[in-house]
Design a protein around this ligand. Sequence first.
Ligand code: SF4
Ligand code: SF4
Ligand code: SF4
Ligand code: FES
Length: 937
Amino acid sequence: MSLLKEPDLGTPAKPGPATVSVEVDGLPVTVPEGTSVMRAAALSGIDIPKLCATDSLEAFGSCRLCLVEIDGRRGTPASCTTPVAEGMKVSTQTPKLEKLRQGVMELYISDHPLDCLTCSANGDCELQDMSGAVGLRQVRYGYEGANHLDEKTDSSNPYFDFEASKCIACSRCVRACGEVQGTFALTIEGRGFGSKVSAGGTDFMSSECVSCGACVQACPTATLQEKSVVQLGMPSRSVITTCAYCGVGCSFKAELRGAELVRMVPYKDGGANEGHSCVKGRFAFGYATHPDRVLTPMIREKITDEWRPVDWDTVISFTANKLREIQARYGVGAIGGITSSRTTNEEVYVVQKMIRAAFGNNNVDTCARVCHSPTGYGLKQTFGTSAGTQDFRSVAKSDVIMVIGANPTDGHPVFASRMKRRLREGAKLIVIDPRRIDLVRSPHVQAQHHLQLAPGTNVAVVNAMAHVVLTEGLVDRSFVDERCEDFDGWAEFIARPENSPEAVEELTGVPAEEVRAAARLFATGGNGAIYYGLGVTEHSQGSTMVMGMANLAMATGNIGREGVGINPLRGQNNVQGSCDMGSFPHELPGYRHVSDDVVRGVFENMWGSTLMAEPGLRIPNMFDAAIEGSFRALYVQGEDIAQSDPNIKHVHAALKALELVVVQDLFLNETAKFAHVFLPGTSFLEKDGTFTNAERRINRVRPVMPPKTGKHEWQIVAEIAQAMGYPMRYDDPSEIMDEIAALTPTFAGVSFEKLDKLGSVQWPCNENAPEGTPIMHMDGFVRGKGRFVQTPFVPTRERSTRKYPLILTTGRILSQYNVGAQTRRTGNVAWHSEDVLEIHPHDAEVRGINDGDEVTLASRVGATSLRAVLADRMPVGVVYTTFHHPVTGANVVTTENSDWATNCPEYKVTAVQVGLKNSTAPAQAGQVETMLPAMVD
Ligand code: SF4
Ligand code: SF4
Ligand code: SF4
Ligand code: FES
């Protein structure tokens, strides 16, 4: 499409029914109470000139350009700050208004560089547009007086410039940074003519700015401008698509000039982000065209051979023949595959179909195994469906927000901005995390309770909270009686003295009174919502904790309406989708067990193939079977298991033992070192399909450019299946979605056509909910009644010892993503150039460690080295690192422990020792290898 300019109605929409009728220049319009005159006019088709107003921000009323006349009222009020009143008659164009507006514009232009023809914003500048709109023909004041024309440009940010000489001090940027992003990095310094925008008295790069781009988006002039626009010129067409990074799943307009992508602009109609973005989705797309990408298929007989580039026909027949040969020699179950949460639903679906129908077994697993598999298990057991309960919008109705084991401002920034907005409005916050994450105290946000628990004690804390709710009579009896089952047995269990806050205080490190106060607040504070991340799931009791949170939500009646619920913050963009698409060895698409004859029959009919009724191998089983010799070939779609899975030495041994490893990816990653076939993949800019985000929202991923490799990934998979003798053919990815819809009740109403019409839908989307389901379990749980499950706390086997007295826990940082394969190939390297170890000053002091010292980090399985940063946000006894850089290798130290139900690795608790490097530290030098870390979600 040509360049999509979304309408700007000047001020935000007001909630409620349209009840107030007014006339604007004689045109009638009816709008909700509280709507501004400016917005009412825009809705009736009349654009009132404006500069300081935009519909993503509350009106400010500073530029005085939007003046109107109202019958029966004196003066010329600003239409952006004047609310409508019943019967109001507004005039937007009169000689008086024209003169006033021209006067205002004259003042602006008299202090503005007159380089419109060569300005990067030429054609996309509201100041330019407004000069035309008000009919400005002269500037009487000249340009000789006091002005700002010599102000210096701040180019410190890698992605945008601040050309101060063009600033009109409208403060849209300042307000966007506060209202939309919630960072408050900008201020207006000085007064009157001397006022100017300041990034906290320093440059953007040294300020609190997190490079979300909201200010750039809001700026009506070229003052804040993307460097890519300055370099490449104004884009001329747009494609609406979805971010390739985190599970928020923001919608963007990819704006191109010819075939070149100039910028990604957050899409106001995007259901997940509503026009906001973070530094990754907004700016970090350069990896897609990075020279490291491999665009040609390659094969080799042995992993010690050089790669041999080949054409597509050769690689497809080579792969298919090898797979069939291996099956002929070792049996049908000797091969399998792993799907990716970074590929589209359609791409995942065809891989699991190829494995089940062409390979003839259920040896398919997904990278969600190592991140959110406990979410799937725990929520299915309690609620009956493996997904979060709310849409993101729901947080605006929450009164008490509990964040457990998640760091949304870094991991899920756009959702964090929504959450912070609600917190600034007065919602209460409980944070449960060993680390004092930024959310605990940030501008205008302060957690009421921070339960700074010892890593590995989540279940003890959530049980203690439930104990308080039960024993203090705070249970929502009517909800429980009507909507739930198995309450009595659970109540007997949770009331036991060993579950009281006092009983677990020593073990968890959280004062009992703090737990009691937090539990009372959650139970009595109104709508209570739980948001959680990998700090919940990546534990030996990850599944237990998910069920513990579900118990607490049911006991307090916090399920089934806006503002409440249990909400996993998914890491990768399509974790939800890859799970939905049947990537687990025991479940067909839609989470239906392979042993169910009726379900299997439906798939067998559609696929024309006999399916196995027994579950296949999970990822860890595949590795064990590879070493033992019965599993011989692995197809790896878009995952780097040689970096990201725990117990790396074991993984490498397994990969080395295989006769055939097929890697489908953008880059020659660590796993490709063990591969015999490399199938070049497509970036999100080339993909055509759908992603499903953490709120079950199915968004279209539209191709911005054709595949650089010459083939879509779903085509490659279908051709391999064909070459293996199984007929699989699609002419378009929409046909794959149609097949998914035909086979999966929760997707029955989904089609590309509907997505193009509605923008997005949240599953279940079917006959009962043709436009999708933002909030689940409203009238009843998916499983009928919500089920209370007893959740006894079982301490992890991983304990601190004299030799390894500290506990290591891990997380992520805003500018980097996962193991960094994408973000390290973008301008984001300007931030976070290395992983560091955060350590409490006390723990550092007793080890003689100063801030910035190189230290060794060792566990019972391995050691690595990195720089120490003294941080009192850490509790004594706990250290923390991120996992974005290969040289650090957190997975060298993580252990083989995993969740009892799902085998999700216990990445979050590792007993370690830390010492100065090159001292008598406990490191085993031989074990410090360039290995890459875990936590792939
Ligand atoms: S980029 Fe975002 S965080 Fe930085 S100043 Fe602009 S609005 Fe604020
Ligand atoms: S930088 Fe842009 S948005 Fe900010 S005050 Fe100046 S003109 Fe307005
Ligand atoms: S919040 Fe997530 S989905 Fe949105 S722009 Fe950032 S990385 Fe992309
Ligand atoms: S747009 Fe109304 S005062 Fe600026």
